[in-house]
Design a protein around this ligand. Structure first.
Ligand SMILES: NC(=O)c1ccc[n+]([C@@H]2O[C@H](COP(=O)([O-])OP(=O)(O)OC[C@H]3O[C@@H](n4cnc5c(N)ncnc54)[C@H](O)[C@@H]3O)[C@@H](O)[C@H]2O)c1
Length: 254
């Protein structure tokens, strides 16, 4: 049995890394997948790859930090399918530097991409879920919200803002049939993590391969986050709501 048979899934940041692994998994599980991403060439490439496998996938070129583009991507999906059953807010960016070196522009860029984007996309999708009396929202947070990493104050603050927003959505809309949960990963093998590690190392933070092994056993693979998103997307997690699911192999337990 396909776990997402006929479910309309909307994923942001789906062209690469964890988002890409989730697009692939959701589509293979029978989902009708729409994914929004600002990386047009990677998005087009993924769609043509998956269409060859007869999977139902649509790429929406979209910068989720821009209000108009968020609305357009959601409207396109609703016009085509009439509903969105599963929303995965995954897109996000990082700048790691000393607190006193962060500029106001970097604060705004991080908050626009990591927090405001989740507000804008969710605000566009949620009324359609409420109309159907059911919906699942999944959001990618970061272990930085739980265990502070040096040189990530503003990145952590932006993820912390979206983290709290999502818990509040879970509480406010629980009785309307909405589940809203957080996936909280530590280091995952993606471009985002490699950029993050390079920036941290340039500040002298312990972030070698060996340090990662000490903190979390090994680096996490994108597919190991996608399977958690799948669990949260289905009724297998029907009583999980407002939860923070650590995907970190003890990173925050140590
Ligand atoms: N990789 C990690 O170690 C790690 C750990 C914790 C949290 N995260 C979170 O995961 C997300 C990054 O994903 P990844 O690790 O798969 O990295 P990635 O760089 O492989 O993929 C990120 C995707 O998001 C897209 N994106 C970024 N900003 C966008 C925007 N404004 N509009 C549309 N698309 C945009 C990129 O084009 C890219 O396709 C972020 O939310 C980050 O906070 C990653």
């Amino acid at each position: 049995m396909s776990k997402l048979s006929g479910k309309v899934c909307f994923i942001t940041g789906g062209a690469n890394g964890i988002g890409k692994a989730t697009v692939e998994l959701f589509a293979k599980e029978g989902g009708i997948v729409y994914f929004a991403d600002a990386d047009f060439s990677a998005g087009e490439r993924l769609v043509s790859e998956l269409k060859k496998q007869n999977l139902r996938v649509t790429f929406l070129p979209c910068d989720v930090s821009i209000h108009l583009q968020c609305n357009e991507a959601v409207v396109t999906t609703i016009q085509a399918e009439g509903r969105i059953d599963v929303l995965f807010n995954h897109a996000g960016v990082i700048v790691a530097k000393a607190f006193l070196d962060y500029t106001l522009e970097e604060w705004e860029w991080l908050f626009d991409n990591n927090a405001k984007s989740v507000f804008m996309i969710t605000r566009a999708v949620l009324p359609h879920m409420l109309e159907h009396g059911k919906g699942v929202i999944i959001n990618t947070s970061s272990s930085s919200v739980k265990a502070v990493t040096s040189f990530e104050s503003v990145y952590g603050a932006s993820k912390g803002a979206m983290h709290q927003l999502c818990r509040a959505i879970a509480v406010e809309f629980r009785d309307a049939g909405i589940r809203c949960n957080l996936i909280v990963p530590s280091f995952v093998r993606t471009k985002h993590a490699y950029e993050e590690l390079e920036q941290l190392r340039s500040h002298g933070v312990f972030a070698s391969e060996n340090d990662i092994t000490l903190m979390q056993g090994r680096i996490c693979e994108p597919e190991e986050v996608a399977t958690v998103a799948l669990f949260l997307a289905t009724d297998d997690s029907s009583f999980i709501n407002g939860a923070e699911i650590m995907v970190d192999n003890t990173f925050t337990a140590i």
